[in-house]
Design a protein around this ligand. Structure first.
Ligand SMILES: [Zn+2]
Ligand SMILES: [Zn+2]
Length: 262
């Protein structure tokens, strides 16, 4: 499997992706908002885009569909419940498999929270790769104020994302790592990984920056660090009602709430 990460350089800081079968050159485009860059990259490398997947219905993920489909005749895939996306050819449910060419298999994960019709794609490869849309970001989690629910986002993190192997590579829908690491350090000032990474990501070029793994996220992403005594102690300064041994869900919900105004 070849992954082409395409940095859009737009103000929303979107990443688009091409997932390519090395044997046939067939490609699947994930959220190809910057259709010119996506089509250009495919042309340069001799790939044929045959499918487009939208991780969810927000315009900064669907806005390139029409142009890519007009240029390539690709089929459009999205969550089966994503009724706001026009022209979907295939609605995706949990565990559905998407084939790209001869050699690539991607599994759809039903991952509500950021919106209620959000899919992540998990590759069936020796090194698994997760295309996480706006559910999981480097060092952060998606917000829930445009059609989502924080409690569902917690369940997605706890039941599905946390259970993936630590060497799973993470390919998020946006580059928000710098701000997210600052949030980690605000919540957990002695987080060593976050302190180490922050100077590296300042002024980094998102086109060539680090690709994280789930194992690394568990070290630097506050939304995976719900049992950390430091995170809990600091959160209790703000929300004393949490008590000394809050459950993971209560911690997640308070962190998500705090991040909305941070
Ligand atoms: Zn979104
Ligand atoms: Zn987005």
């Amino acid at each position: 499997m070849i992954v082409e990460r395409i940095w859009t350089g737009n103000s929303y800081r979107n990443y688009n992706y091409l997932i390519v079968c090395p044997e046939t050159g067939e490609a699947l485009a994930v959220d190809p908002l910057d259709h010119e860059r996506c089509l250009g990259r495919a042309r340069e490398r001799g790939y044929q885009i045959t499918q487009v997947v939208n991780t969810h219905e927000h315009g900064d993920h669907t806005g390139g569909n029409a142009a890519v489909i007009a240029a390539t005749g690709a089929k459009l895939l999205a969550h089966a419940g994503a009724k706001r996306i026009p022209g979907v050819d295939r609605g995706l449910c949990a565990k559905d498999v998407i084939r790209v060419g001869k050699s690539v298999e991607l599994e759809a994960l039903d991952t509500p929270g950021h919106t209620m019709a959000h899919v992540c794609l998990l590759s069936h490869t020796d090194t698994p790769a997760l295309f996480s849309g706006d559910t999981l970001f480097n060092a952060g989690a998606g917000n829930c104020h445009n059609g989502g629910h924080p409690a569902e986002l917690y369940e997605t993190f706890a039941q599905q994302l946390s259970a993936l192997p630590d060497h799973t590579q993470i390919f998020p829908g946006h580059d928000y790592i710098e701000n997210n690491l600052r949030f980690t350090l605000d919540r957990e000032p002695d987080n060593q990984k976050a302190s180490e990474l922050l100077p590296q990501v300042k002024e980094h070029d998102p086109a060539t920056s680090l690709i994280s793994t789930l194992g690394l996220e568990k070290q630097m992403n506050t939304f995976f660090r719900l049992q950390s005594p430091a995170v809990i102690a600091r959160l209790r300064e703000r929300y004393p009602e949490l008590g000394e041994r809050p459950d993971a869900k209560a911690v997640f919900l308070k962190l998500r709430e705090l991040r909305n105004t941070w």
